[in-house]
Write a protein that binds this ligand. Sequence first.
Ligand code: AMP
Length: 197
Amino acid sequence: MQKRLNMVLFGPPGAGKGTQSEKIIERYNLTHISTGDLFRKHLGEGTALGLEAQRYMDNGKLVPDEVVIGMVDDKISATTDSNGFIFDGFPRTVPQAEALDKLLTSAGQSISVMISLEVPEEELKQRLRNRAKVSGRADDQDDEKIQTRIEEYRAKTLPVAAYYKTQGKLVMINGVGSIEDIFAGIRQVLDPLNQLA
Ligand code: AMP
């Protein structure tokens, strides 16, 4: 099977993954898999999966790996026609990254690159407080929950960058500046890969 452009967009809460993923999807025509969005959709529809995830999300904790992996597996299997995937907010633990490698391998695919948006912690907190005013997200609303999410990120998610670094797939991009400048940095990484895909 032909290799596609499959990428992981990585970074702490508030790094700008949602904003940049919209631009990436438009330019490269990728299928978006955002586990946060999928959980919020389940929650809105009142499914059992949504209710289970809510217990963790409301407290800023990570949803258990097997729940997340099952949901991503379903989404990949249900996608028949695609130029590739952009994974956004996933994988967030090393076991999730290992599971993703297995899922893609069995589909004859692999991760092409992980792009990590680098943003200092003080800037992240400020962005999340601002987002709280407009997002309506329960997990954006208080400083304690924001702190928990940043701690979860440091303890469980940061090792995922090392996982892809070992595979030679990690590229760090400056995540501070205008949306267009940050996207220009991303294009420099993805344009050459897209020609190969
Ligand atoms: P996000 O929209 O990516 O910030 O995700 C919102 C919340 O959904 C997180 O704080 C977690 O509770 C949950 N979540 C989203 N993606 C994952 C994941 N890959 N692993 C575990 N929990 C997740």
